[in-house]
Write a protein that binds this ligand. Structure first.
Ligand code: ATP
Ligand code: MG
Ligand code: FE
Length: 332
């Protein structure tokens, strides 16, 4: 099966071609980070316009790199949600237009299912499987008992992990996106500030990062009132250690409780070196294999959408011509 994937949920215009849900034939990503940087975050209207400008070029480049023709494509998979509605609409309408013109089946994909399936481009899945999703908009623990089935066993009650990184980075006057900047600073600092860890109720797999964020603001503010200046490296290291502690403990506990055969990590924050190292250490003492995708498959791309779309296609799922962007699409 050869699937063409299209992703435009946020600020990357991406098209990829994937074979059998496991092998990347081509994977083209046009990032808009430079255009949004000066606003300190993604501006939805600018994102939509860039998608319109870039889409045809990115689509053609995906075919050029793949050295394939339309005849060889079995179906088109597109992110239908969640994400920015105006951004999603460019991908959805492109997918519908080419599917209609080339008479190909169309499959809608949940963006987070895509992040999970990025891992299958590296290693075959074994069920039951636990996925830790840590991205700009999501922080979830998802249990999968078979392909295409998702049970959310825990999720954030307020900010997503990536969102917390980006907000703390902004307090430290670091450029957008802040995650990689905090990661870099944290490596040079010491986790000597005791920020809170939101464990929530006993046994809960939910997360909360807004209290941590407030604590960072208050700590910086109180220090400056006293005329002290805290090292931003230490703030970054202390903040990161609080986030990583909670993510790793809950993932480890869930992996044991559900007796999973594999743990996978997905989403942009899976690129975080502190999280990668702590997870590797934690799972080294267990029998459970841990999969962390290479950096370029952690952030938004269309190969992951094609990979998730392959399963949906093989399971006989088809979108109709009234497929629409759904900014709050749910995973389960
Ligand atoms: P979602 O997938 O939930 O819709 P999104 O697509 O915007 O959101 P991703 O592209 O998966 O999110 O990830 C982007 C996020 O990852 C940003 O918040 C960014 O700061 C964070 N991020 C990227 N690299 C790192 C890193 N090394 N350390 C921490 N965070 C990182
Ligand atoms: Mg992004
Ligand atoms: Fe994403």
């Amino acid at each position: 099966t050869i699937i063409l994937g299209i992703e435009t949920s946020c600020d990357e215009t991406a098209v990829a071609i994937v074979k059998n849900g496991t092998t990347i034939v081509s994977n083209v990503v046009a990032s808009q980070i430079e255009s949004h940087k000066r606003f300190g975050g993604v501006v939805p209207e600018i994102a939509s316009r860039h998608h319109v400008e870039q889409m045809t070029l990115v689509l053609e480049e995906a075919f050029t790199q793949a050295k394939l023709t339309w005849d060889e494509i079995d179906a088109i998979a597109v992110t239908e949600g969640p994400g920015l509605v105006g951004a999603l609409l460019i991908g959805v309408n492109t997918a519908k237009a080419v599917a209609f013109a080339k008479q190909k089946p169309l499959v809608g994909v949940h963006h987070i299912a895509g992040h999970i399936y990025a891992n299958r481009l590296e290693t075959e899945f074994q069920f039951p499987l636990l996925a830790l999703i840590v991205s700009g908009g999501h922080t979830e623990l998802v249990l999968m008992k078979e392909h295409g089935s998702y049970e959310v066993i825990g999720e954030t009650r307020d900010d997503a992990a990536g969102e917390a990184y980006d907000k703390v980075a902004r307090m430290l006057s670091l450029p957008y996106p802040g995650g990689p900047q905090i990661d870099r600073l944290a490596a040079e600092g010491e986790a000597n500030i005791n920020f809170p860890r939101a464990w929530l109720e006993e046994g809960s797999y939910d997360f909360s990062f807004s209290g941590l964020k407030s604590s960072v603001i208050n700590t910086i503010h109180n220090a400056s009132q006293r005329g002290e200046e805290l090292k931003s490296q230490d703030i970054a290291a202390s903040f990161q250690s609080s986030v990583v502690d909670v993510l790793v403990s809950k993932t480890l506990r869930a992996a044991k409780e559900y007796k999973v055969k594999q743990v996978i990590v997905a989403g942009g924050v899976a690129a975080n070196s502190g999280l990668r190292n702590a997870l590797k250490d934690a799972f080294a003492d267990t029998e459970v294999p841990l999969l962390i995708p290479p950096l370029k498959l952690c952030t938004d791309n269309a190969a992951m959408i094609a990979a998730a779309g392959t399963i949906a296609y093989e399971q006989g799922k088809r979108a109709s011509w009234d497929l629409n962007a759904n900014p709050s699409l749910i995973l389960e």
